[in-house]
Design a protein around this ligand. Structure first.
Ligand SMILES: NC(=O)c1ccc[n+]([C@@H]2O[C@H](COP(=O)([O-])OP(=O)(O)OC[C@H]3O[C@@H](n4cnc5c(N)ncnc54)[C@H](OP(=O)(O)O)[C@@H]3O)[C@@H](O)[C@H]2O)c1
Length: 296
């Protein structure tokens, strides 16, 4: 018999992730707050739909979730209709939401009392990574629990790693977002400078991406940044959520993230420009639209 799993949250990421599980032969039940998405999923993939997280979780050995933020996660896990109320002892909850390390520890503690294992497992790789089943998954939890769910996660991942106890996956995702923030701003400044200097910015990026300035952001985003196209990708609103989580954690750790804090505010400017759903590479549009005149 195939393994029973439940997937909660069929957004940009969750929809294809749950689809990979179904395509790999798992017996999948999905839940989504907006039921139309569950219906659309069941028309595309083999699997069942449920009206509540609890109902989806009732017979599942593993319950996965990929929702928005800490409170969204609490709302699908806790309470009478929450997944935990339907899960039995020996089952595991895997959270793919990008959330705080605190909420991971809070839910792991709540699960422990019920005999439910918990793995925090935020992902990197974006919509294309989810659709193509090649996400990077950063996990926190104990080794035995991790080993029991790794095979299922492999359905939509290229790399899956356990980085420490519960919360370590979310902390690693924070590092990921901190590293990206400064790079995207630097890339925006470089390409904007190239265009102001009258260079062919695409040719510049093609050349320097073969050298020390190379980055994933440069290789995958220079084209659309030069063309000023941002209606796709990883939304600025989500990035601000992620940077906010990292800034709170840094404060607690007594470390400073000056560039991250600055770029977070630049993303605030992009939101004011109406770009909450634009891809994070839209920092360059902020430079274009500031309309500032500098000396020279
Ligand atoms: N998109 C990316 O490129 C990307 C990359 C890496 C990580 N992530 C992270 O992955 C998570 C999901 O991102 P996404 O792009 O898939 O987001 P999304 O398309 O906006 O989908 C969010 C999902 O969460 C559900 N949801 C939100 N609040 C809920 C609540 N209170 N109760 C129940 N369900 C709720 C939504 O249900 P409805 O359909 O009813 O709204 C939807 O299924 C986020 O934490 C994000 O930061 C995203």
């Amino acid at each position: 018999m195939s393994k029973k799993v439940a997937f909660l949250g069929l957004g940009v990421m969750g929809f294809p992730m749950a689809g990979h599980l179904a395509n790999d032969g798992y017996d999948v039940t999905v839940y989504n707050r907006t039921a139309a998405k569950s219906q659309a999923w069941a028309e595309k993939y083999k699997g069942k739909t449920a009206a509540t997280p609890r109902e989806a979780a009732l017979e599942a050995e593993i319950v996965m979730a990929c929702v928005g933020n800490d409170d969204d996660l609490r709302s699908v896990v806790l309470g009478d209709d929450g997944a935990f109320s339907g899960m039995g002892g020996g089952t595991v909850f895997v959270d793919h939401t990008t959330a705080s390390a605190d909420v991971a520890r809070e839910l792991a503690a709540a699960g422990e009392g019920l005999g439910i294992g918990f793995i925090d497992a935020p992902v990197s790789g974006g919509q294309a990574g989810a659709e193509n089943g090649i996400l990077t998954v950063m996990c926190g939890g104990d080794a035995a629990t991790f080993d029991s769910v790794k095979g299922a996660i492999d359905s939509y991942a290229r790399a899956v790693a356990l980085l420490g106890p519960v919360g370590a996956g979310q902390l690693t995702k924070m590092v990921n977002q901190i590293c990206i923030a400064g790079v995207v701003q630097g890339l925006s400044e470089g390409l904007h400078f190239a265009q102001k200097a009258g260079l062919d910015a695409k040719q510049v990026a093609e050349v320097i991406s073969k050298g020390a300035a190379q980055s994933w952001q440069m290789e995958n985003r220079f084209d659309t940044m030069v063309d000023d196209k941002f209606e796709f990708g990883f939304a600025v609103d989500w990035m601000r959520k992620d940077l906010g989580i990292a800034l709170v954690e840094a404060d607690r750790l007594g470390t400073s993230l000056p560039v991250t804090a600055l770029v977070d505010q630049f993303y605030g400017d992009v939101q004011v420009l109406g770009g909450g759903r634009w891809d994070t590479s839209s920092l360059i549009r902020r430079l274009r639209q500031l309309g500032l005149k500098y000396k020279g």
